[in-house]
Design a protein around this ligand. Structure first.
Ligand SMILES: C[S@@+](CC[C@H](N)C(=O)[O-])C[C@H]1O[C@@H](n2cnc3c(N)ncnc32)[C@H](O)[C@@H]1O
Length: 256
């Protein structure tokens, strides 16, 4: 509000009148917000917008993996399925390894827990793709130590974690859904696991509009490029990390 108006108010209006008027000082004033389609207690889609298009977090995850495509090569470990190994690594991938914590599904090559890393050999992988998984592991610090240990020297971990998110009921009812992260908590966790600051590239995506849309289960196709691209550092919806283990391999980033 204009300074002269505030000063005039302070001189001539009572404290109570000033308090009442302050409700109209921001736009829209208190009581005037129109919720439209969003004014409901249940989300528009409880299934991340799958039936409307593609989930908003996947928009950022897949753009990140496309940017880091050159890293997805050689021997690659992914969690749950080889979906992104094949989608982004293609012919560059010599061997695809899929880790699952509990279920021997088709395409799963190792049953194992990242927390103890028991069945997973050290200094083995050129690339570890760890998308939306650390939120489902209680002992995140131990899981990241395993990721560091199993990477070859110079190997790259491509990690994504949720910031502002609803809970995945599917994960919660099986192995658990424990955490949401920030760029800061990820930086600390990765440093504690052995990754040095110079070899970490951490990026957050999101803004208030994208966060509301994601929580309501709108699809990314319902937002435009400008809305998806606008970055507000106070609304970390999705965090991406490229972390390199020290070693001799070429460490140049594909988007630099
Ligand atoms: C939401 S899925 C994410 C994986 C998938 N690649 C993706 O991008 O959506 C969560 C995964 O965490 C895995 N998970 C849960 N606890 C784990 C643990 N302790 N060690 C390894 N994987 C674990 C589950 O097997 C599940 O596949």
């Amino acid at each position: 509000m204009k300074q002269w108006l505030v000063q005039l108010g302070q001189r001539y209006l009572s404290k109570e009148t000033r308090r009442r008027l302050s409700r109209y000082a921001s736009w829209p004033p208190v009581g005037w917000v129109r919720w439209g389609s969003l004014g409901r207690l249940r989300p528009i889609s409880p299934d991340w917008g799958m039936e409307r298009g593609s989930p908003i977090d996947r928009y950022y995850i897949e753009r990140f993996l496309a940017q880091q495509q050159a890293d997805i090569q050689g021997k690659v470990l992914e969690i749950g399925s080889p979906r992104y190994t094949h989608q982004f690594g293609g012919e560059q991938v010599r061997e695809s390894v899929v880790l699952h914590v509990a279920e021997q599904r088709e395409q799963v090559t190792i049953i194992g827990d990242l927390t103890d890393g028991e069945n997973i050999p050290s200094d083995t992988f050129d690339c570890v793709i760890l998308t939306q998984t650390l939120n489902a592991i209680f002992d995140v610090a131990a899981a990241l130590r395993t990721v560091y240990r199993i990477l070859k020297p110079g190997g790259v971990a491509l990690i994504t974690v949720p910031g502002i998110s609803k809970i995945s009921r599917y994960d919660m009812d099986r192995w658990g859904y424990y955490w949401s992260f920030t760029t800061r908590s990820m930086a600390k966790l990765l440093a504690a696991a052995g990754f040095s600051q110079e070899r970490l590239h951490i990026q957050a995506y999101g803004n208030v509009l994208v966060a509301i849309a994601f929580l309501h289960g709108l699809a990314f196709q319902e937002l435009n490029q400008k809305q998806l691209a606008y970055h507000d550092p106070d609304y970390e919806l999705l965090i991406t990390i490229r972390a390199t283990k020290p070693g001799s391999k070429n460490e140049s980033r594909t988007d630099e």
